[in-house]
Each structure stands twice: as structure tokens, then as C-alpha cells.
Design a protein around this ligand. Structure first.
Ligand SMILES: [Zn+2]
Ligand SMILES: [Zn+2]
Length: 261
């Protein structure tokens, strides 16, 4: 199993997961060329991919989907309403509609899309289950609902949004209405909200925690790392903590096929 945040932040998001020989992108918010460049840093090329999963229609998650899907004839797994909200996506030969709350399979992986309260037409997070364990993916969350916490239990690898520090957001340069949108039930999770969610779902089998979609203006990676390190220690666990970055691919987490616990 390998997981790498190829890019993370408000200017582009894309995550590589590789499980049991199946390599998927979750979102493709960089250009096709830049996505391929970052894939090459983990030894992969576009033709090595088996599909793209789409969380929601915002620009920072979708701009590379059309070029990549067309260049490599990749299936795109997407909600029907989300697809309808992307009139500029262009023709995708292999569109696979999923329904939120219903699992679907890609090779040996069982994928479960679940709802989030972000301000998009039908935004989702995903869990990906296989005989190598469970990966949870939840960014652009809006608020940490009970449903999200339940979905993210028992993960071996977790990608969790930690968008902003509440004080930095309030005191920062954004206009008032944007501050309201980000901190609303339909915006992004603050570090503190994300830590509270993590307290509910942290367990001994969690091996890697990726922190994603950090704001470059309203967050600080060092502060975030400290806060989450303390949270996992307080919970009695010690997953590796990896911070997603905008300008380059993150550390690539690799786990053996056998689960630790
Ligand atoms: Zn979004
Ligand atoms: Zn986003």
C-alpha cells in the first residue's frame, strides 16, 4: 500500500493511492502535465493509473481530470450531479457514476463514498477497503458530522482536512465574507475541529495520518504538526504524521501488505 498527496491546498489537490496493484487518483486539481511530473517523483507515469475518483466539482479538485482521463483513457468515478456541475470537463469516454452511500468496486478495492456538508452540489469523502486494510479520505468537510466520524473509524491510513487555525483566519487578510464561508458549516475544517474528529477515530491500527488542504494564508505547518502530534499522543497512539503541501508531493507513505494490528 502506498499513499501520497501529490498536491494539497486551495490551489490544487490530488492524492495517489496504490493498493493491491490498483493505482487511483482521488481528485486531479493540478494540470495534467504537473500531475504527471509529480507522479514521476514516486516512480509512476500516467499510464500506470487505473482511474480517478472525484470528491466534488470545485476547481482545485478537477482541473486535470479531463486531460488525464482522455490521454490515458482512464475511468472517472463521479457523482451524477457533480458531473452535471462540470460543463467544461469535456468528453470522458469512461464515466462511472456512483451513488453516495452505495459502495462500488475498482479491481479488488471496495470504495464507499459518503456525504460531507461542504458547499458543492453533492460533495463526498471516500473510504477504500481491501485486504490491505482501510484508507479514509476526508477533505473539504464543512463540518465534522457523526456520519463522517463513523465512516472514518478503523482506518489504517487517514487523509484528513486541517484547513486553518481559527485565530489566524479571523485575524488574517481575507475579506469578511470569505472568512464567514470558510468557517461556516459548508466551508473547511479548522485544526481544532479536525483534532476533535481525530480524537473520536484514532486507534492503535492507524499507521499514517495525512493532514490535507492546509491554507497557505491561515495555517502554519509547524503549528499543525505540533497540535496533531499532541492529540495522537493524548489518545495513546503514534501514527506517522505527514503534512500535505501545495508546491510539491508529500512524503510517500508505504506500508507492507500485512496489517500491524
Ligand atoms: Zn471545495
Ligand atoms: Zn478544495
Amino acid at each position: 500500500m502506498r499513499v501520497c498527496l501529490l498536491a494539497s491546498g486551495s490551489r490544487g489537490n490530488s492524492t495517489l493511492i496504490e493498493v493491491d496493484g490498483c493505482r487511483l487518483l482521488i481528485d486531479a486539481g493540478l494540470s495534467g502535465i504537473e500531475t504527471e511530473r509529480r507522479l514521476s517523483t514516486v516512480g509512476l507515469a500516467g499510464e500506470d493509473l487505473h482511474g480517478i475518483l472525484v470528491t466534488h466539482e470545485h476547481h482545485d479538485h478537477v482541473s486535470g481530470i479531463g486531460p488525464l482521463a482522455r490521454r490515458y483513457n482512464l475511468p472517472v468515478y463521479i457523482d451524477r450531479q457533480t458531473h452535471a456541475a462540470l460543463p467544461k470537463l469535456g468528453k470522458i469516454e469512461n464515466l462511472q457514476y456512483f451513488s453516495t452511500g452505495e459502495t462500488f468496486s475498482v479491481q479488488n478495492l471496495v470504495i464507499s463514498p459518503f456525504s460531507t456538508t461542504h458547499d458543492a452540489v453533492n460533495p463526498v469523502g471516500f473510504t477504500i477497503q481491501s485486504n490491505e486494510g482501510k484508507i479514509g479520505f476526508a477533505t473539504d468537510l464543512g463540518m465534522p458530522t457523526r456520519l463522517v466520524a463513523d465512516q472514518l473509524k478503523d482506518c489504517r491510513v487517514l487523509v484528513l482536512e486541517a484547513n486553518h487555525d481559527e485565530q489566524m483566519l479571523q485575524e488574517g487578510p481575507y475579506p469578511w465574507d470569505l472568512k464567514q464561508r470558510i468557517s461556516s458549516r459548508h466551508g473547511h475544517l479548522s485544526n481544532n475541529q479536525s483534532c476533535s474528529l481525530l480524537e473520536d477515530i484514532c486507534w492503535s491500527g492507524l499507521e499514517a495520518l495525512f493532514l490535507a488542504h492546509l491554507s497557505e494564508e491561515n495555517n502554519c505547518p509547524d503549528l499543525t504538526r505540533k497540535l496533531f502530534s499532541k492529540t495522537v499522543v493524548d489518545c495513546g497512539h503514534a501514527p506517522e504524521i505527514i503534512i500535505g503541501r501545495q508546491s510539491q508531493a508529500s512524503f510517500c507513505f508505504e506500508a507492507s501488505s500485512a496489517m500491524v494490528s
